[in-house]
Design a protein around this ligand. Structure first.
Ligand SMILES: Cc1ncc(COP(=O)(O)O)c(C=O)c1O
Length: 405
């Protein structure tokens, strides 16, 4: 099926004249030759492109949308605060209310600091860990994504230099053996271990922690004065509203939050244990827009609404249904669908088929109105109900049919 995408294509040509590549950052990788380039509006689990095509969205703005696009409760909370003032020369009391909401919700949180993007909170987290321990090295997981600052990127990426990651070490996910080796070589220099609560790399099956993994990590870190930073930027509020670490039974020192915490309004947070409050106070990290009060109001409303509607239960149950139904739909066409990760963030792969075949399937879904990717985990929201799951399965099945025939 070919989409009408005249306006999208025309706009993309114009964008290419004015914006390097036409689009940048992580949005760039998702642009398909046949597929939407620009949206005109969005509502609940759907968006419409500039040509009027409607998409059921399994990407949710790459994570922020968790209560449905244009959720009136969240938008009203933001609007009310905008009317009072957004960026003013002093902070709004809403900042304290949000800090209180977060410290009440996230079990390890005794304090909160705010930024704009997830990369602000991961950057701040390692600075706090360094300030506290007096050590400089960062230990991370191979392929772990923590944002776009120099040390977070592969040193072979354009614009990144080797010294950006001089102080970064990495180990294989779930490998206690590699972790132990790093500690015996560099334990005295490692300030922190930063990792998502489970492994969600691109273009690979996602992988949950093995039994006892995090407990062992916690013990080793505490014996070696290494701060545990959980990067919950992507997973936050999609696994456990008290912090994703709760679902995996351990207690980090710092938790980085972002994406879903305000249903799309720009804000991120670093929360931490009391023992790191002094270090967090000593570190200088800031941004002109960090004190925007409307996103803070949106975040408070989002966090309250997630608790009120029992968001985790809804996303888990619909995510499980999506997984089961998609595997059955694949079976009908002799295709083995593998679905990994947690129910609210599924990663899809067609086993026994090469990547090109998988891309053909995602492109076909796209052209039938299901917005998804071939290389990244997907996101469910509270607005993805049974009706949406059934529609995803209907489109996925049609796409299976189209590519095998
Ligand atoms: C696990 C994780 N950490 C950090 C980030 C960086 O967040 P941001 O893009 O908001 O800076 C991301 C973004 O995708 C992420 O998935």
């Amino acid at each position: 099926m070919k989409l009408n995408q005249k306006k999208s294509d025309k706009l993309f040509l114009k964008a290419q004249q004015l914006i390097p590549g036409g689009i940048f950052g992580h949005y760039k990788f998702a642009v398909r030759e046949e597929g939407p380039k620009f949206f005109s509006k969005a509502k609940d689990a759907y968006f419409w492109d500039v040509d009027g095509n409607k998409y059921l969205d399994l990407i949710c703005g790459w994570g922020p949308m968790i209560l449905g696009y244009n959720n009136p409760k969240i938008d009203n909370a933001a609007r009310t605060q905008y009317d009072l003032g957004n960026t003013v020369s002093v902070a709004s009391p809403i900042m304290i209310e949000l800090a209180e909401t977060l410290t009440d919700m996230i079990d390890i949180a005794d304090w909160a600091l705010f930024g704009k993007n997830g990369g602000d909170s991961t950057q701040l987290a390692v600075m706090v860990a360094r300030a506290e321990t007096g050590k400089s090295k960062i230990l991370k997981i191979n392929d772990g994504y923590h944002g776009a600052n120099g040390w977070m990127q592969n040193s072979s990426n354009p614009g990144v230099i080797n010294s950006d990651s001089d102080e970064v070490l990495s180990v294989e996910w779930n490998s206690i053996k590699e972790f132990d080796e790093m500690i015996s070589s560099f334990g005295n220099e490692i300030a922190c271990f930063i990792s998502s609560p489970y492994d969600h790399p691109t273009s690979k099956d996602n992988s949950l922690p093995e039994d006892g993994y995090w407990k062992q990590i916690q013990k080793k870190c505490s014996e070696n004065n290494i701060i545990i930073i959980v990067d919950d930027v992507r997973t936050g509020f999609r696994i456990d509203l008290h912090g994703s670490h709760n679902a995996f039974g351990f207690s980090p020192d710092l938790v980085c939050l972002g994406k879903a915490m305000a249903n799309g309004y720009p804000i991120s947070a670093l929360v931490g244990k009391d023992s790191l409050k002094d270090a967090a106070n000593r570190v200088y990290f800031s941004g002109t827009q960090f004190f925007n009060s409307a996103p803070m109001a949106a975040s408070k409303a989002t966090l309250e609404e997630l608790q009120k509607v029992n968001a985790i239960e809804i996303m888990n149950s619909n995510g499980e249904k999506l997984k089961e139904d998609l595997i059955s739909a694949g079976d009908e066409y002799g295709l083995k669908m593998k679905v990994t990760g947690v129910p609210s963030m599924p990663y899809f792969r067609i086993e026994d088929q090469n990547k090109d075949f998988h891309i053909q399937w995602t492109d076909e879904c796209l052209s039938q109105g299901l917005y998804l990717t071939s290389y990244h985990n997907h996101f469910l929201s509270v607005a993805h109900g049974e009706e949406e799951i059934d529609e995803i399965i209907r489109i996925a099945s049609n796409a299976f049919e189209a590519i095998i025939s």
